[in-house]
Design a protein around this ligand. Structure first.
Ligand code: 2HA
Ligand code: ZN
Length: 270
Protein backbone atom coordinates (compact mmCIF):
# COMPACT_ATOMS: atom_id res chain seq x y z
CA UNK A 1 0.00 0.00 0.00
CA UNK A 2 1.31 3.44 -0.95
CA UNK A 3 1.40 6.24 1.65
CA UNK A 4 -1.88 8.14 1.25
CA UNK A 5 -0.18 11.36 2.42
CA UNK A 6 1.75 11.30 -0.87
CA UNK A 7 -1.36 10.85 -3.03
CA UNK A 8 -1.79 13.79 -5.46
CA UNK A 9 -5.35 14.42 -4.23
CA UNK A 10 -4.17 14.54 -0.60
CA UNK A 11 -1.25 16.87 -1.33
CA UNK A 12 -3.58 19.19 -3.26
CA UNK A 13 -6.22 19.13 -0.52
CA UNK A 14 -3.70 20.00 2.19
CA UNK A 15 -2.19 22.80 0.09
CA UNK A 16 -5.63 24.20 -0.73
CA UNK A 17 -7.05 24.34 2.80
CA UNK A 18 -3.74 25.81 4.02
CA UNK A 19 -3.99 28.48 1.33
CA UNK A 20 -7.61 29.17 2.30
CA UNK A 21 -6.52 29.62 5.92
CA UNK A 22 -3.69 31.91 4.83
CA UNK A 23 -6.17 34.03 2.86
CA UNK A 24 -8.11 34.62 6.08
CA UNK A 25 -11.17 32.84 4.74
CA UNK A 26 -11.30 30.19 7.46
CA UNK A 27 -10.93 31.56 10.97
CA UNK A 28 -10.96 29.00 13.78
CA UNK A 29 -12.98 26.01 12.50
CA UNK A 30 -14.65 28.03 9.76
CA UNK A 31 -15.12 26.53 6.33
CA UNK A 32 -15.22 23.04 4.91
CA UNK A 33 -14.16 21.32 1.70
CA UNK A 34 -15.19 18.06 0.07
CA UNK A 35 -13.42 16.45 -2.87
CA UNK A 36 -15.11 13.61 -4.72
CA UNK A 37 -12.73 10.85 -5.74
CA UNK A 38 -13.01 7.95 -8.12
CA UNK A 39 -12.19 4.41 -7.08
CA UNK A 40 -9.09 4.57 -9.30
CA UNK A 41 -7.84 7.68 -7.44
CA UNK A 42 -7.87 5.94 -4.07
CA UNK A 43 -6.76 2.50 -5.34
CA UNK A 44 -3.43 1.50 -3.83
CA UNK A 45 -3.70 4.09 -1.06
CA UNK A 46 -6.48 2.49 1.02
CA UNK A 47 -8.11 -0.89 1.27
CA UNK A 48 -11.70 -0.19 0.18
CA UNK A 49 -12.86 -3.30 2.10
CA UNK A 50 -11.44 -2.05 5.39
CA UNK A 51 -14.26 0.06 6.87
CA UNK A 52 -13.03 1.70 10.08
CA UNK A 53 -16.39 3.10 11.22
CA UNK A 54 -19.85 3.75 9.83
CA UNK A 55 -21.13 7.30 10.38
CA UNK A 56 -24.83 8.07 9.81
CA UNK A 57 -25.36 11.17 7.66
CA UNK A 58 -28.97 12.06 8.46
CA UNK A 59 -29.95 12.55 4.81
CA UNK A 60 -30.34 10.58 1.63
CA UNK A 61 -28.42 11.12 -1.61
CA UNK A 62 -29.06 8.07 -3.79
CA UNK A 63 -27.15 9.47 -6.78
CA UNK A 64 -23.95 9.53 -4.68
CA UNK A 65 -24.17 5.86 -3.67
CA UNK A 66 -20.70 4.31 -3.57
CA UNK A 67 -18.91 7.63 -4.18
CA UNK A 68 -15.70 8.48 -2.27
CA UNK A 69 -15.13 11.87 -0.62
CA UNK A 70 -12.12 13.39 1.08
CA UNK A 71 -13.66 15.88 3.49
CA UNK A 72 -12.68 18.23 6.31
CA UNK A 73 -13.74 17.37 9.87
CA UNK A 74 -16.28 19.04 12.10
CA UNK A 75 -14.74 21.45 14.61
CA UNK A 76 -11.36 21.12 12.93
CA UNK A 77 -9.14 24.09 12.11
CA UNK A 78 -7.85 24.50 8.54
CA UNK A 79 -4.71 25.91 10.17
CA UNK A 80 -3.95 22.45 11.56
CA UNK A 81 -4.65 20.27 8.53
CA UNK A 82 -1.07 20.44 7.25
CA UNK A 83 0.32 19.26 10.61
CA UNK A 84 -2.18 16.44 11.25
CA UNK A 85 -4.06 15.56 8.07
CA UNK A 86 -5.17 12.17 9.47
CA UNK A 87 -6.97 13.89 12.38
CA UNK A 88 -8.48 16.81 10.49
CA UNK A 89 -9.50 15.05 7.26
CA UNK A 90 -11.43 11.88 6.53
CA UNK A 91 -12.00 9.71 3.50
CA UNK A 92 -15.51 8.28 3.35
CA UNK A 93 -17.68 6.27 0.96
CA UNK A 94 -21.43 6.86 0.92
CA UNK A 95 -23.65 3.79 1.20
CA UNK A 96 -27.30 2.94 1.87
CA UNK A 97 -28.48 5.67 -0.51
CA UNK A 98 -26.30 8.23 1.24
CA UNK A 99 -27.74 7.51 4.70
CA UNK A 100 -24.39 6.16 5.93
CA UNK A 101 -20.77 7.08 5.35
CA UNK A 102 -18.12 4.39 5.68
CA UNK A 103 -14.91 5.85 7.10
CA UNK A 104 -11.92 4.43 5.21
CA UNK A 105 -9.17 6.74 6.44
CA UNK A 106 -8.69 9.70 8.81
CA UNK A 107 -10.67 11.33 11.64
CA UNK A 108 -8.29 9.33 13.87
CA UNK A 109 -9.37 11.12 17.05
CA UNK A 110 -12.88 9.71 16.67
CA UNK A 111 -14.10 12.80 14.81
CA UNK A 112 -16.52 13.04 11.95
CA UNK A 113 -17.08 15.07 8.81
CA UNK A 114 -18.09 18.73 8.73
CA UNK A 115 -21.46 19.80 10.12
CA UNK A 116 -22.14 21.11 6.62
CA UNK A 117 -21.93 17.60 5.13
CA UNK A 118 -25.60 17.75 3.99
CA UNK A 119 -25.00 21.00 2.04
CA UNK A 120 -21.84 19.49 0.54
CA UNK A 121 -23.35 16.19 -0.55
CA UNK A 122 -26.58 17.71 -1.84
CA UNK A 123 -24.53 20.30 -3.76
CA UNK A 124 -22.32 17.56 -5.27
CA UNK A 125 -25.45 15.71 -6.40
CA UNK A 126 -26.89 18.91 -7.91
CA UNK A 127 -23.71 19.99 -9.71
CA UNK A 128 -23.13 16.49 -11.13
CA UNK A 129 -26.46 16.78 -12.97
CA UNK A 130 -25.17 20.00 -14.60
CA UNK A 131 -21.53 18.93 -15.07
CA UNK A 132 -20.52 15.28 -14.63
CA UNK A 133 -16.92 16.45 -14.10
CA UNK A 134 -17.71 18.41 -10.93
CA UNK A 135 -15.55 17.15 -8.06
CA UNK A 136 -15.29 19.92 -5.46
CA UNK A 137 -17.59 21.75 -3.08
CA UNK A 138 -15.86 24.47 -1.04
CA UNK A 139 -17.27 26.63 1.73
CA UNK A 140 -15.53 29.53 3.48
CA UNK A 141 -16.01 32.96 5.04
CA UNK A 142 -14.23 35.57 2.87
CA UNK A 143 -14.56 38.94 4.61
CA UNK A 144 -15.51 41.17 1.68
CA UNK A 145 -18.21 38.90 0.26
CA UNK A 146 -19.62 38.63 3.76
CA UNK A 147 -19.43 42.40 4.26
CA UNK A 148 -21.21 42.94 0.96
CA UNK A 149 -24.24 40.99 2.18
CA UNK A 150 -24.75 43.65 4.87
CA UNK A 151 -24.81 46.63 2.54
CA UNK A 152 -25.85 45.39 -0.92
CA UNK A 153 -29.24 44.37 -2.29
CA UNK A 154 -29.41 40.54 -2.05
CA UNK A 155 -31.23 40.25 -5.38
CA UNK A 156 -29.14 37.74 -7.37
CA UNK A 157 -29.08 39.71 -10.59
CA UNK A 158 -28.14 42.95 -8.81
CA UNK A 159 -25.49 41.19 -6.68
CA UNK A 160 -23.99 39.44 -9.71
CA UNK A 161 -23.96 42.57 -11.86
CA UNK A 162 -22.18 44.55 -9.15
CA UNK A 163 -19.46 41.88 -8.88
CA UNK A 164 -19.09 41.71 -12.68
CA UNK A 165 -18.62 45.50 -12.72
CA UNK A 166 -15.87 45.42 -10.06
CA UNK A 167 -13.16 43.72 -12.13
CA UNK A 168 -12.93 42.79 -15.77
CA UNK A 169 -12.16 39.15 -15.01
CA UNK A 170 -15.33 38.53 -13.02
CA UNK A 171 -17.75 37.92 -15.90
CA UNK A 172 -15.13 35.73 -17.59
CA UNK A 173 -14.61 33.56 -14.48
CA UNK A 174 -18.25 33.34 -13.38
CA UNK A 175 -20.52 34.12 -16.35
CA UNK A 176 -23.17 31.99 -14.60
CA UNK A 177 -23.22 34.60 -11.81
CA UNK A 178 -23.64 34.33 -8.08
CA UNK A 179 -26.78 33.01 -6.41
CA UNK A 180 -27.73 34.29 -2.99
CA UNK A 181 -29.50 32.69 -0.04
CA UNK A 182 -30.96 34.81 2.75
CA UNK A 183 -29.64 34.17 6.26
CA UNK A 184 -30.53 30.61 7.23
CA UNK A 185 -29.52 28.34 10.07
CA UNK A 186 -26.33 26.55 9.03
CA UNK A 187 -25.57 22.85 9.42
CA UNK A 188 -29.13 21.78 8.60
CA UNK A 189 -30.61 19.69 5.81
CA UNK A 190 -32.79 22.73 4.97
CA UNK A 191 -29.85 24.98 4.11
CA UNK A 192 -28.32 21.99 2.30
CA UNK A 193 -31.39 21.59 0.11
CA UNK A 194 -31.61 25.34 -0.54
CA UNK A 195 -27.90 25.49 -1.46
CA UNK A 196 -28.18 22.51 -3.80
CA UNK A 197 -31.19 24.07 -5.54
CA UNK A 198 -29.17 27.27 -6.08
CA UNK A 199 -26.22 25.20 -7.35
CA UNK A 200 -28.27 24.10 -10.34
CA UNK A 201 -27.97 27.54 -11.95
CA UNK A 202 -24.60 28.87 -10.66
CA UNK A 203 -21.33 27.56 -9.21
CA UNK A 204 -21.27 30.23 -6.51
CA UNK A 205 -23.86 30.49 -3.76
CA UNK A 206 -23.59 33.23 -1.14
CA UNK A 207 -24.90 32.51 2.34
CA UNK A 208 -25.89 35.98 3.53
CA UNK A 209 -24.10 37.16 6.69
CA UNK A 210 -22.17 33.84 6.71
CA UNK A 211 -20.01 33.03 3.69
CA UNK A 212 -19.94 31.42 0.28
CA UNK A 213 -20.12 28.03 -1.43
CA UNK A 214 -18.21 27.29 -4.61
CA UNK A 215 -18.26 24.28 -6.92
CA UNK A 216 -15.78 23.15 -9.54
CA UNK A 217 -13.96 20.39 -11.36
CA UNK A 218 -10.84 20.61 -9.20
CA UNK A 219 -9.54 22.33 -6.08
CA UNK A 220 -7.56 24.99 -7.97
CA UNK A 221 -10.48 25.99 -10.15
CA UNK A 222 -12.89 26.18 -7.22
CA UNK A 223 -10.43 28.16 -5.11
CA UNK A 224 -9.91 30.54 -8.06
CA UNK A 225 -13.63 30.99 -8.50
CA UNK A 226 -14.12 32.09 -4.89
CA UNK A 227 -10.90 34.13 -5.03
CA UNK A 228 -12.20 36.08 -8.06
CA UNK A 229 -15.62 36.76 -6.51
CA UNK A 230 -13.93 37.84 -3.28
CA UNK A 231 -11.68 40.23 -5.25
CA UNK A 232 -14.79 41.76 -6.83
CA UNK A 233 -16.35 42.16 -3.39
CA UNK A 234 -13.15 43.71 -2.07
CA UNK A 235 -13.22 46.38 -4.78
CA UNK A 236 -16.89 46.97 -4.04
CA UNK A 237 -16.23 47.49 -0.34
CA UNK A 238 -13.45 49.95 -1.22
CA UNK A 239 -15.65 52.07 -3.50
CA UNK A 240 -19.24 51.61 -2.31
CA UNK A 241 -19.11 54.74 -0.15
CA UNK A 242 -17.48 56.90 -2.87
CA UNK A 243 -19.09 58.66 -5.83
CA UNK A 244 -19.03 56.25 -8.78
CA UNK A 245 -17.42 57.95 -11.78
CA UNK A 246 -16.68 54.99 -14.07
CA UNK A 247 -17.86 51.42 -14.49
CA UNK A 248 -17.67 48.47 -16.90
CA UNK A 249 -20.63 48.93 -19.23
CA UNK A 250 -22.89 46.17 -20.54
CA UNK A 251 -21.51 46.91 -24.00
CA UNK A 252 -18.00 46.16 -22.69
CA UNK A 253 -19.29 43.00 -20.99
CA UNK A 254 -20.56 41.83 -24.37
CA UNK A 255 -17.07 42.41 -25.78
CA UNK A 256 -15.67 40.22 -23.00
CA UNK A 257 -18.19 37.49 -23.79
CA UNK A 258 -17.02 37.45 -27.39
CA UNK A 259 -13.31 37.70 -26.64
CA UNK A 260 -13.32 34.92 -24.02
CA UNK A 261 -16.05 32.70 -25.46
CA UNK A 262 -18.34 32.89 -22.42
CA UNK A 263 -22.06 33.54 -22.21
CA UNK A 264 -23.38 35.71 -19.44
CA UNK A 265 -26.34 34.41 -17.49
CA UNK A 266 -29.53 34.89 -19.51
CA UNK A 267 -31.18 38.23 -18.89
CA UNK A 268 -28.36 39.64 -16.73
CA UNK A 269 -26.94 42.01 -19.39
CA UNK A 270 -28.90 44.54 -21.39
O1 2HA B 1 -18.07 24.85 10.85
O2 2HA B 1 -18.13 27.14 8.35
O3 2HA B 1 -20.71 26.77 8.31
C1 2HA B 1 -17.61 25.51 9.82
C2 2HA B 1 -18.56 26.34 9.11
C3 2HA B 1 -20.00 26.16 9.32
ZN1 ZN C 1 -19.48 28.49 7.48
Amino acid sequence: MKDILTAPFMVEMIRTVTNMYNHGWDERNGGNVSLMLDEKDVAGYIDPENVLRVIPTGFSAPSLEGRYFLVTGTGKYFKNVQYAPDVNLGLVRLTDGGANAQLLWGFTDGGRFTSEFPAHMMSHAARLTVNPDNRVIMHCHPANLLAMTYVHDLNEKAFTRTLWQMCTECIVVFPDGVNVLPWMLCGTNEIGEATAEKMLSARLVVWSQHGIYGAGTDLDETFGLIETAEKGAEIYMKIAHLPLVNTITDEQMHQLEKRFGVTAREGYLS
